[in-house]
Design a binder for this molecule. Structure first.
Ligand code: CP
Length: 329
C-alpha cells in the first residue's frame, strides 16, 4: 500500500491493490479487509492532518464534486476539507441554486458533472437509493454522503475509526445504538460495519422505532440483538451511541410524547453508569441536547462526539485517496 505519510505520490504511482470499487454506497458489502484498509489509511491521513502544513498534493488534478440535495454541516464541510487537504480541486453544489431547481433530473445532473470533469462525486439525497441510480449513470466514482433513511457509510466508517482509536480491536466489544433506529441511515450503516468488525451490537429504542427488518437481521446474525429496555441493554456496553430524535416522530404518532421518550431512552449520567466504566459516548450529530442525550453526558469525560467530527476529515481523506488512486491504476 502507498504510504501517504511519504506524501505527494502522483497519480500513476503504485496504488493499494486491495481497493477496487468504483463507488462507496454503503458498508453492507464491504469486507472486513476493505474496512481495515480504509481505517489503516485514515491513520496515515490523521498524521498528515497533524503536520504544521496539513496538506499534500497527492490528488492534484483530481476533481471532487460535492452534490448535496439535503442539508449538511459535518459531511459536506469535512469532505471539502479532506479533498483540499489532498490537493484535489473541489466544486460544491447544492440543489438550491443549481439547475435542479429548473427541473433537471438526477441522471442529467451527474452526466453534466462528469462532462465537466468530475472524478469523484460525493452525494447526499433525501431519497433512499438515489446515489445508486447516480452511480449506474456515471463513470465518476460516487460516494454516498447519506441517502434518505438508507445508508451513511462514511459516517459509519468514521464512527468505527473513533471506536478503534479508543477500544482497539472491536471483536467481542458491545456497542449499543439507541434511539430512532427506524429512520436512521447512520444506525444501518454502523450495524453492517460493526458486525463485519466482530462487534456485538444492540439496537435499542421504542418498538415503533426499531424496524421489523432489523429484528430479522438480528435473529439471523446472532451478534446483533434488539431491545426496548435501555437500562438492561446498557449492561456491559463498551460504547453507547445515541441517535438524533426528530421531533416530527411524535407528530406521526411513533412516540407518545418527547417527555416519555426522554424518560425511557435519554442517555444521561444515571444510565451511562450502567455501562462499563469508561464507556465511550458517541453521537453522529446534529444533537438535540436534553432529548436523546443530556448535556452533561454529551460533554462528559468519555464523550468522543467532537473527536468523531475531527476524525471525519481523516477518514474521508482516506476514502477519497483510495478511490481516486484506484481509478488511475
Ligand atoms: N452526521 C451527519 O451526517 O451530519 P451532517 O448532517 O451535518 O452532515
Amino acid at each position: 500500500m502507498l504510504d501517504v505519510r511519504t506524501q505527494a505520490a502522483p497519480i500513476g504511482a503504485p496504488v493499494p491493490t486491495e481497493w477496487t470499487r468504483k463507488d462507496l454506497l454503503d458498508t453492507d458489502t464491504l469486507s472486513a479487509d476493505e474496512i481495515a484498509l480504509i481505517l489503516d489509511t485514515a491513520e496515515g491521513m490523521r498524521e498528515v492532518r497533524s503536520r504544521p502544513v496539513a496538506k499534500v498534493a497527492t490528488l492534484r488534478g483530481v476533481t471532487v464534486v460535492t452534490l448535496f440535495y439535503e442539508q449538511s454541516t459535518r459531511t459536506r464541510a469535512s469532505f471539502e476539507v479532506a479533498a483540499k487537504a489532498l490537493g484535489a480541486d473541489v466544486v460544491n453544489l447544492t440543489a438550491s441554486g443549481s439547475s435542479v431547481e429548473k427541473g433537471e433530473s438526477l441522471i442529467d445532473t451527474v452526466r453534466t458533472l462528469e462532462a465537466i470533469g468530475a472524478d469523484l462525486l460525493v452525494m447526499r439525497h433525501g431519497k433512499s437509493g438515489a446515489p445508486y441510480l447516480a452511480a449506474r449513470n456515471t463513470t465518476a466514482g460516487v460516494i454516498n454522503g447519506g441517502d434518505g433513511t438508507h445508508a451513511h457509510p462514511t459516517q459509519a466508517l468514521l464512527d468505527l475509526f473513533t471506536m478503534r482509536c479508543h477500544v482497539g480491536d472491536l471483536a467481542g466489544k458491545k456497542v449499543v445504538i439507541v434511539g430512532d433506529v427506524l429512520h436512521s441511515r447512520v444506525a444501518r450503516s454502523n450495524l453492517w460495519s460493526l458486525l463485519a468488525s466482530g462487534a456485538d451490537v444492540t439496537l435499542c429504542g421504542p418498538a415503533t422505532l426499531v424496524p421489523r427488518s432489523l429484528h430479522g437481521a438480528a435473529a439471523e446474525e446472532g451478534r446483533c440483538t434488539v431491545s426496548t429496555d435501555f437500562d438492561a441493554a446498557l449492561e456491559g456496553a463498551d460504547v453507547v451511541m445515541a441517535l438524533r430524535m426528530q421531533k416530527e416522530r411524535q407528530e406521526k404518532g411513533l412516540i407518545p410524547s418527547l417527555r416519555e421518550y426522554i424518560a425511557g431512552y435519554q442517555l444521561n449520567a444515571r444510565r451511562l453508569a450502567l455501562a462499563r466504566p469508561g464507556a465511550l459516548v458517541m453521537h453522529p450529530g446534529p444533537m438535540n441536547e436534553g432529548i436523546e442525550i443530556s448535556p452533561e453526558v454529551a460533554h462528559g469525560l468519555t464523550s468522543v462526539i467532537e473527536e468523531q467530527v475531527a476524525n471525519g476529515v481523516a477518514v474521508r481523506m482516506a476514502i477519497l485517496y483510495l478511490m481516486a488512486t484506484a481509478r488511475h491504476a
